[in-house]
Design a protein around this ligand. Sequence first.
Ligand code: HEC
Length: 138
Amino acid sequence: MCGWGVESQLEGKSGFVSGHRLGDAAALLKSVVHSGIGLLVILVALMFSTQARAENGPEVYKERCAACHGKEGKGDTIFGKNLKIRPLDSPEVQAQSDSDLAAIISKGKNRMPPFDRKLSKDQIREVIEYVRSLKPQP
Ligand code: HEC
């Protein structure tokens, strides 16, 4: 008698629990659908923004320059060390004018390849802006 009572009580409880779970699952599904739409919006926004951003200095630098000059321009790459590149944030490099730097970037210098066919004038200007931003802030 007593055992039955407990069992049916348990059954009742687990029934309640699974009912509850079902509710949770529905809520979860709802939020997944919602966040799915949110995710889509974010993805589309990202796609557009990376397209626009592909033009700008940091992106150009990361794609075209970092392999030799290092992520922060310090030349701390295998290439950079072998080629003895001066750190882009060093006073010697920063002392050069924008047009000096533009000439180096577009025409190349010794082992530095020319970029005038690969980058637009705007991109070169923006990548120089980025190189300027590497300068240590006082
Ligand atoms: C294949 C490796 C390589 C890549 C890629 C490369 N560079 Fe260079 N870069 C060099 C080397 C080597 C030098 C040193 C040239 C010298 O003075 O003999 C140099 C020099 C420079 C200098 C002049 C530094 C100084 O000492 O006055 C600037 C500025 C520069 N690079 C910017 C860039 C930018 C911006 C990019 C990307 C658009 C880039 N480099 C991509 C190898 C590279």
